[in-house]
Design a protein around this ligand. Structure first.
Ligand code: AMP
Length: 397
């Protein structure tokens, strides 16, 4: 298989699908978090170092299918320039005469950024005529946008077929794939998955998939109360999905049958309202008084989870342990993040993936102390669930 490392980009024009879907300040339209931009830099630099030119393509936001100033990638040009340390040529269209004029004149060392792909509806529909146009911008296709790898869009999937002998993953996707494979397919043990977040319903597929792999399954966050209620516990006004009580019992039974140690919280920090200013106290997880709701795990649960995490060689974390957005309910999530960091320092491999656990680890400034933080929210979840991502399959085909 072609990899970015064994490919020589000398005198080539590389179309690089990046994920520059970055947050912008609503008023100034300046980039407020450049994580995704800096993450793409190693791939761009490798191509430039070989003596190639780079044509960056990306989407930004969800425009309704035509030009919208607030979704223009022109707003991110200076952020890309600072991250890269060189000038970036911006083309105000991704297809069309002006864009082709720029890319056809590209010289080795040039970095060109094309305008938002989603200004054309054909991007998301995966239109073939549009894709063929995009393909004309270069002689090699590099996909480095893991966050959109679960979408069969023109730039993320269809484009690959126009480069049957010149297509590959960028460093970012390659690392994402390697990290998930390491967690799910390595023989190292114990493997612990920590699943939290709001709802059982949104995590059921991933939990089911993980039951075949893990030694410990730690369940925290809002979804834990559905498990507690299913066993007859009192959860007061805590978040519960009544439609999923039997699913929760089913998961517990399956875990037992497969020899998976399922760990649920034993105590909880409860509040008399869903607010940072609410009155708070601690109680047993199955004895939440009426009118109170559990918003974080408490000290005995932290200890229980910590022990399992510290005993693990492979760790996967998806979803916070409590309402970490509020200061009074972030301790459980912080403690779990710290335990993962400690285990990593002791030699475990740790992967933090999917939505809010990534936000949490960033918030607590611990992202560089775990083995890998995934950039692809939905894509990461689908990949963990065992789904073949079209963007990945298109490169491997
Ligand atoms: P998810 O996107 O499913 O990972 O859910 C993340 C959300 O779950 C975060 O916004 C948390 O605030 C929320 N969450 C975590 N624990 C609780 C809880 N005990 N009650 C309500 N929401 C929670």
């Amino acid at each position: 298989m072609q990899t970015i490392d064994n490919y020589n980009f000398s005198n080539k024009k590389a179309i690089v699908r990046v994920d520059f879907n970055v947050p912008l300040d609503k008023t100034t339209l300046e980039v407020t978090d450049n994580t995704r931009i800096t993450a793409a830099i190693p791939t761009i630099k490798k191509i430039l170092k070989d003596g190639g030119a780079v044509v960056l393509i990306s989407h930004l936001g969800r425009p309704s299918g035509g030009y919208e100033d607030k979704f223009s990638l022109k707003h991110i040009v200076s952020a890309v320039e600072s991250a890269l340390g060189q000038q970036v040529i911006f083309a105000g269209d991704c297809v069309g005469k002006s864009a082709f004029e720029i890319t056809s004149n590209a010289k080795p060392g040039d970095v060109i950024l094309l305008e938002n792909l989603r200004f054309y509806k054909q991007e998301t529909s995966g239109d073939d005529t549009f894709t063929k146009q995009l393909a004309k911008h270069g002689d090699v296709y590099v996909n480095d946008a893991f966050g959109t790898a679960h979408r069969a869009h023109a730039s993320t999937t269809v484009l690959a077929k126009y480069f049957p002998n010149d297509k590959m993953f960028g460093y970012l996707i390659a690392k994402e794939i390697k990290s998930v494979d390491k967690v799910l397919n390595s023989q190292q043990k114990p493997l612990t998955a920590i699943v939290g977040g709001a709802k059982v319903s949104s995590k059921i597929t991933i939990i089911t998939q993980l039951l075949d792999k893990v030694d410990y399954l730690i369940i925290g966050g809002g979804m834990a109360y559905t498990f507690v209620k299913a066993q007859g516990g009192n959860v007061g006004n805590s978040l519960v999905e009544d439609d999923y009580l039997s699913t929760a019992l089913d998961i517990m039974k399956k875990a037992e049958a497969k020899g998976v140690q399922l760990l649920l919280p034993v105590d909880t920090l409860i509040a008399d309202s869903f607010s940072n200013d609410a009155a708070i106290k601690t109680c047993a997880i199955d004895a939440v008084p009426d009118g109170w709701l559990g918003l974080d795990i408490a000290s005995s649960s932290i200890e229980l989870f910590r022990k399992a995490i510290l005993a693990s060689k492979l760790i996967l974390w998806n979803g916070p342990m409590g309402v970490f957005e509020m200061e009074n309910f972030q301790q459980g999530t912080i403690a779990i993040a710290q335990a993962i960091v400690e285990a990593t320092e002791n030699g475990a491999f740790s992967l933090v993936g999917g939505g809010d656990s990534v936000a949490a680890i960033n918030k607590f400034n611990l992202a560089d102390k775990v083995s890998h933080v995934s950039t692809g929210g939905g894509a990461m979840l689908e990949y963990l669930e065992g789904v073949t991502l079209p963007g990945i399959a298109a490169i491997l085909e």
